[in-house]
Design a protein around this ligand. Structure first.
Ligand code: NAP
Length: 282
């Protein structure tokens, strides 16, 4: 039997650590499958999505810039996809039937609770950014009964619309959109999340004033390359607990794996090891 094919769809996609993580899991569980990358230009996206069955492709992860674009090709969308307007996992059920899931939020939540032992219930969180990943995380935090979520994005409309959505769907959680970064109440927050790309480049500024960081905070930066952003470094100096985004990457991948292989448990430690080895080579 030829191996079942899985892969990450994006543009670019070659930098992704997902192939290393999933191929390690396939090998460990002796699954006859291969995970590759599908780097597709926008003009080739539609043709590719229509050829999945023919190419023996059973599942995809989706990354920048296609997480929103793929929605129009999905026949079924999970509640998380409907909330965020973005999908990062596709199950190819049949030639004409693609299921879309978003495992970013659950990946974040599993890392937060299992590894970092942080229970968001009744806590105050601040999220920088209101894009795809921020929406997935805000959805999870609100679902798990965070008390307050402060939101800030340079795009005020995105910020406002995410806050409205949370307040409407999760009445126990109070989402507060800040007009400016100074309007965030980081002093009284338990959790600070960076869900913007700011911090990926060496010369990127620290988005918030260093004075606001404190030892009562868990600072979670979704960026994992570099492994220590300015926010994490200064946070540590201020006595805060910190985490980069590698754990979220691990658990979102593990959730995708279990959506594709419903009878199997993702081999978390093998996948973690593969990611650690991959990130050391970046
Ligand atoms: P996205 O949809 O583009 O969202 C990023 C948001 O941040 C955008 O709304 C952007 O606004 C906003 N932003 C940019 N600069 C800002 C600033 N100076 N102040 C406030 N807001 C600012 O991207 P995403 O997919 O959510 O990803 C966000 C970050 O998370 C990226 O670094 C990505 O690599 C990372 N990520 C990590 C994982 C993981 O598993 N660890 C998973 C998903 C994403 P504009 O659109 O107006 O620029």
């Amino acid at each position: 039997m030829p191996p079942k094919i899985y892969g990450v769809l994006g543009f670019p996609a070659r930098h992704s650590l997902s192939p290393a993580m999933h191929n390690a899991a396939f090998r460990a569980l002796k699954i006859n499958a291969e995970y590759t990358f599908f780097e597709k230009k926008p003009k080739d996206l539609e043709g590719f999505l229509h050829s999945l069955s023919k190419e023996n492709i059973y599942g995809l992860n989706v990354t920048i810039p296609y997480k929103e674009k793929v929605l129009e090709y999905l026949q079924w969308k999970s509640p998380e996809v409907r909330f965020t307007g973005a999908a990062n996992t596709i199950i190819v059920k049949d030639k004409n039937y693609l299921e879309g899931w978003n495992t970013d939020g659950i990946g974040f939540h599993r890392h937060l609770t299992k590894d970092l032992k942080f229970n968001p219930s009744n806590k105050t969180a601040t999220i920088l950014g209101a894009g795809g990943a921020a929406k997935a995380i805000a959805n999870q935090l609100a679902r798990r009964e965070a008390k307050i979520i402060y939101l800030y994005d340079i795009d005020k409309d995105k910020n406002l619309s995410l806050a409205e959505k949370i307040n409407k769907e999760f009445p126990k959680c109070h989402a507060i959109p800040a007009n400016s970064i100074e309007g965030l109440d980081i002093e009284n927050s338990d959790l600070l999340i960076n869900a913007t790309p700011v911090g990926m480049k060496e010369n990127d500024p620290l988005l918030i004033s260093a004075d606001k960081l404190h030892s009562g905070l868990l600072i979670y930066d979704l960026i994992y390359n570099p492994p220590e952003t300015k926010l994490i470094k200064i946070g540590k100096e201020k006595g805060a607990r910190t985490s980069n985004g590698l754990g979220m990457l691990l658990y979102q991948g593990a959730r995708s794996f279990e959506l594709w292989w419903t009878d199997k448990k993702a081999p978390i430690e093998i996948m973690r090891q593969a990611l650690n080895q991959g990130v050391a080579k970046l």
